[in-house]
Design a protein around this ligand. Structure first.
Ligand SMILES: Cc1cc2nc3c(=O)[nH]c(=O)nc-3n(C[C@H](O)[C@H](O)[C@H](O)COP(=O)(O)O)c2cc1C
Length: 422
């Protein structure tokens, strides 16, 4: 029987096992997770979301504190137009986070970074250009452009010495979005190496509107494959969103796809950056606990567990220390929602129900974003005598994708009880 391991992904002259572990911000797809996918011969993604904050947490730098101090005078001001990132600091932070991972790279796989256009950071093009430059200078193998059409993104790096050798891909949710991107890419004579087709069952932000449930990845992928074939483009097509077993992946490979991008199954691995208690929430979730809502301050729909602590919180906007979702005009949908929410009779802000401060809450792991198959995670592991679920390793999940037949998922070996170890 054909298994995923029978296929290879070719990007330019490089060959990989056909599994990409998707970027998951903020630092949910940690360096440890991305490096493991890379060591095993696939492709792992870092995320470029909030790199100054991530650098502070990991390397004890002070980017967030410095920025907070700089704008302390503005904390009670509704107007956030003055809040900007210092571009040199943003460069240093991104360089630090990416270089630290690149230095630890082992194996034949690829270490890529997911770069989101919607992370507008008060100055969209400048901050995006700086994050891309830092990732390229740090020696990243590939850049996956996400959360936006990225019409002007290639221009930002066209003069970088690595522009033609780094792998470049884009996440799209329709053939139309890919056509728009290709039009710009042709002008620079720099086609993407791959296109990730993300369907409506994915985790994180969705590239669809309220009618997301009317779309089906199995219908979008053939349209993209047909376009790529008709135009004779050397662009690998990589489906994402709901690919839960190796057999799901094989079905796409047999259509002519180059690889699959997966994420949800890796959220419950020890290498994933979610805290252990949150991983248990993912395991325990039922289908009815997974919702798509419009709470993200980016304006995109997002899938999350409905018991995410961020929902209905009333945290004061954190634009002075954070401010990653501020538009170039200095606006943020959460800032608007916060100020539109009344106070109670004691002057305390009531719950903000329309939006979530995703900068603050993603940093605290309070937004439990997840793919639509999260409720099936409990079937991929053992329940332990104390009722908790056994955390997996990325290697176990990776190999299960590679070798699974008939949609079977192999359970991990049970941990040896402490008494037996003694
Ligand atoms: C916890 C989580 C966080 C995610 N964060 C991001 C992100 O920051 N940027 C992005 O482009 N995609 C993000 N995604 C989407 C994944 O990279 C991936 O394409 C998708 O979830 C694959 O579908 P699956 O989860 O059903 O395997 C996230 C997914 C999950 C589960």
């Amino acid at each position: 029987m054909t298994v995923l391991n029978d296929f290879r992904l070719r990007l330019g002259s490089d060959e990989y096992l056909p599994i990409m572990v998707g970027g998951m911000g903020v630092d949910i797809s940690t360096a440890e997770l991305a490096l493991e996918a890379c060591r095993l011969g696939g492709i792992g993604h870092l995320s470029d979301a909030m790199t100054p904050f991530v650098s502070d947490r990991k390397f004890k730098t002070h980017f967030t504190k410095t920025k907070s101090g700089r704008y302390k005078f503005n904390r009670d001001n509704i107007d956030k137009t003055q809040i900007k990132f210092n571009l040199d600091e943003l460069y240093s932070a991104t360089l630090k986070v990416v270089s630290a991972a690149v230095e630890r790279k082992e194996g034949d796989g690829g270490l890529f970074i997911n770069v989101m256009e919607k992370l507008t950071m008060g100055a969209a093009a400048d901050t995006l250009g700086m994050r891309l430059k830092a990732a390229l200078d740090a020696g990243i193998d590939g850049i996956t452009l996400s959360a936006g059409l990225h019409n002007g993104t290639l221009k930002l790096i066209k003069d970088h010495p690595r522009f033609r050798d780094v792998k470049i891909g884009i996440i799209i949710s329709s053939v139309r979005a890919l056509k728009i991107f290709i039009r710009g890419a042709v002008k620079l004579d720099r086609l993407p190496d791959y296109a990730i087709v993300e369907g409506p069952l994915a985790g994180g932000h969705l590239g669809f509107g309220e009618d997301w449930a009317d779309y089906d990845l199995k219908k979008i992928v053939p349209e993209v494959l047909e376009y790529v074939r008709n135009e004779k483009l050397d662009v690998a097509v990589i489906p994402a969103g709901g690919v839960f077993t190796g057999t799901d992946a094989v079905e796409y490979m047999e259509m002519g796809c180059g690889a699959v991008q997966v994420a949800t199954r890796f959220t419950v691995t020890k290498e994933c950056g979610l805290p252990p208690a949150v991983k248990q929430q993912y395991f325990a979730a039922g289908e009815e606990d997974i919702v798509v809502n419009s709470l993200s301050a980016t304006g995109y729909l997002m899938r999350m567990l409905k018991n995410s602590p961020a929902i209905g919180a009333n945290v004061k906007p954190q634009c002075e220390p954070l401010g990653y979702t501020l538009s170039t005009k200095g606006t943020c949908l959460y800032v608007d929602a916060y100020h539109a929410t009344d106070n109670d009779e004691n002057g305390k802000k009531l719950s903000v129900m329309d939006k979530v401060c995703i900068c603050y809450h993603f940093g605290q792991h309070n937004v439990w974003t997840c793919g639509s198959n999260t409720y099936r995670l409990k079937d991929t592991t053992n329940q332990l005598p104390d009722g908790s679920y056994q955390i997996l390793t990325a290697e176990h999940v990776f190999n299960d994708y590679l070798l699974s037949e008939n949609h079977e998922v192999k359970l991990p070996e049970l941990p040896v009880p402490e008494a037996a170890q003694a």
